[in-house]
Design a protein around this ligand. Structure first.
Ligand SMILES: C[S@@+](CC[C@H](N)C(=O)[O-])C[C@H]1O[C@@H](n2cnc3c(N)ncnc32)[C@H](O)[C@@H]1O
Length: 237
């Protein structure tokens, strides 16, 4: 793991320090992570069920930007609709490199890759029908950063955004909230010495979605009542 560094200058360029933590070795590990045990495979399946449902509620968009795409975990799902145009972006060159090396060539031929930041997406306004944003927002602790990304999504999507994050109104979410409080009070230590994941309250993020110009079409819970993960389906106003 790289040492976290002061992110102030990089933040001005639109990067959070966690964004540069994915070295090629970590990217390779990430590729295997969701398949490495029965529990992970099960949660990968349930997560994909949540994402499928969100895309259905978003109106089965004909073009989707998968951002961040990581190592391409959602490409087979996105290409279940054969005629769909799929663009995939990530800030990390390491992640994209592993996606290029490990995903089957027949999938890669159908996906247009771009190395870009969610803060400043290298695409024109209204470039895609929808943006799929899975497992990014739980890394974004600051309201101003979430709003910057949401406004950028508002510029680039023509219609919808499907965005997953951690919420505190489930069993896992409440547990996480308690843990965060204990860490803030110094009762417990951070796993990596700093906080890199954040749980939010639905009221807080829902107000931010509205502020950035989105209407909330739906919230899909990964495992209602239990899981910390939810995916919002947002529609551009
Ligand atoms: C936990 S992974 C999720 C990847 C994929 N969505 C998945 O669920 O398999 C988080 C990803 O966010 C990417 N990332 C971090 N900061 C970013 C930024 N500012 N813009 C775009 N991608 C970013 C990382 O490189 C990493 O691939």
């Amino acid at each position: 793991m790289n040492e976290p560094r002061d992110s102030r200058n990089k933040e001005e360029e639109g990067e959070l320090f966690f964004s540069s933590l994915y070295t090629p070795e970590q990217a390779r590990r990430y590729f295997y992570k969701h398949q490495e045990s029965f529990g992970r495979r099960l949660s990968d399946r349930v997560e994909k069920r949540m994402v499928r449902k969100a895309l259905r509620l978003a109106g089965k968009p004909a073009s989707v930007l998968d951002l961040p795409c990581g190592t391409g975990r959602f490409w087979p799902l996105l290409l279940e609709r054969g005629e769909r145009r799929v663009l995939a972006g990530d800030y990390s060159g390491g992640m994209l490199e592993i996606a290029r090396r490990f995903q089957p060539p027949e999938l890669q031929q159908k996906v247009q890759l771009l190395q870009t930041s969610a803060f400043r997406i290298a695409l024109a306004p209204d470039a895609v029908d929808s943006i799929l944003c899975i497992r990014l927002f739980h890394h974004i602790g600051e309201r101003k950063d979430r709003l910057r990304i949401l406004r950028e999504f508002h510029r680039v999507t023509r219609d919808t955004v499907c965005l997953s994050l951690w919420l505190d109104d489930s069993r896992q979410g409440r547990r996480r909230r308690r843990l965060e409080q204990e860490r803030a009070q110094g009762v417990r230590a951070y796993r990596r010495g700093y906080q890199d994941r954040f749980v939010q309250s639905p009221e807080v993020v829902e107000a931010e979605f509205e502020e950035a110009g989105f209407e909330i079409l739906a919230r899909v819970r990964m495992l209602p009542g239990w899981s910390i993960w939810s995916t919002y389906v947002l529609k551009k106003r």
